[in-house]
Design a protein around this ligand. Structure first.
Ligand code: SF4
Ligand code: SF4
Length: 271
């Protein structure tokens, strides 16, 4: 929390809120917009000063709550997040990109220049940092919300808590518990699918298992994730070390516990 309220605490004024985009696909902003009536009710309680996808544009405004979508992948991103932090009371990351790198962080495991040359006709026009990084690597983050995309309901609930002066409660139990509550059939037990649910936090409503798919870890690490045991289970299902590493190094690859789990597998130190 930035305890410099001087610019934002005039009496009678509604709390100000901004939504900023960094390197991302806009899906988390869409999840927020899709909240519909609940978002309209929030808009009656806060002054939405910057949310380019919804209308208002004032990226340099001092705010009480700044929501950040996307990760840092350019020098301009890096300078901008420092400026935003300086004029925001609470800074909240929205989703996998902002919280743990997102898909674009996959280039951290390869030769980014080679990718640039194979994708762009004139790669010399592209200027990016060597690695993609989550927001927490650059500034203090007050609250991290996970998911790809985030749950609009979870975002609005967390904002409601901040406005009420209460610490937001974000669930971090394993997805397996939600799977049981939803009475979904376990795809790992019944089909031998390499499901990341045992080490992934709930928040999606067990969407993939309910449709017969294994979890890809969109919501990031659960509390006390035993990635070594799950890696051994995946090996028992027939996955080679590189395939196991890629399961951990996916949407949330820069979450330290997933990063380390994948690196251990690539180093083959997990047996
Ligand atoms: S977390 Fe997923 S949905 Fe959200 S901006 Fe990143 S890629 Fe898009
Ligand atoms: S399907 Fe995945 S998340 Fe659901 S109980 Fe099985 S291992 Fe856990």
């Amino acid at each position: 929390m930035n305890d410099d309220p001087a610019r934002t605490d005039e009496p009678g004024r509604r709390p100000r809120m901004a939504v900023h985009k960094f390197s991302s696909c806009d899906g988390c902003q869409l999840a927020l917009l899709n909240a519909g009536d609940a978002l309209l009710r929030l808009a009656e309680r806060v002054e939405l000063v910057h949310f380019a996808e919804a209308g208002p544009v004032d990226p340099e405004a001092a705010v009480d709550i700044a929501l950040i979508e996307g990760s840092v992948s350019t020098a301009e991103d890096r300078a901008r997040i420092v400026r935003i932090r300086a004029h925001s009371r609470f800074l909240v990351t929205l989703g996998a990109c902002a919280t743990a790198g997102g898909i674009q962080a996959l280039r951290n495991f390869t030769d980014g220049d080679e990718w640039l040359s194979s994708v762009y006709a004139r790669p010399e026009y592209i200027s990016s940092l060597a690695n993609v990084s989550p927001i927490r690597d650059h500034v203090h983050v007050d609250l991290e919300l996970w998911g790809c995309p985030v749950s609009g309901h979870q975002v609005l609930t967390a904002i409601g808590s901040l406005l009420a002066g209460a610490p937001p409660a974000v669930p971090d139990e394993s997805l397996c518990l939600e799977c049981k509550r939803q009475q979904a059939v376990c795809v790992m037990v019944t089909r031998g699918a390499p499901c990341l649910g045992p080490v992934t936090r709930t928040g999606c409503g067990a969407l993939c298992p309910r449709f017969g798919r294994d979890c890809y870890g969109c919501y990031g690490p659960a509390e006390h994730p035993n990635t070594q045991a799950l890696g051994r289970r995946f090996a028992g299902l027939g996955l080679v070390d590189e395939a196991i590493a890629r399961r951990f190094h996916f949407i949330n690859s820069q979450a330290p516990v997933f990063l380390e789990a994948g690196q251990r597998r690539r180093g083959n130190h997990d047996d």
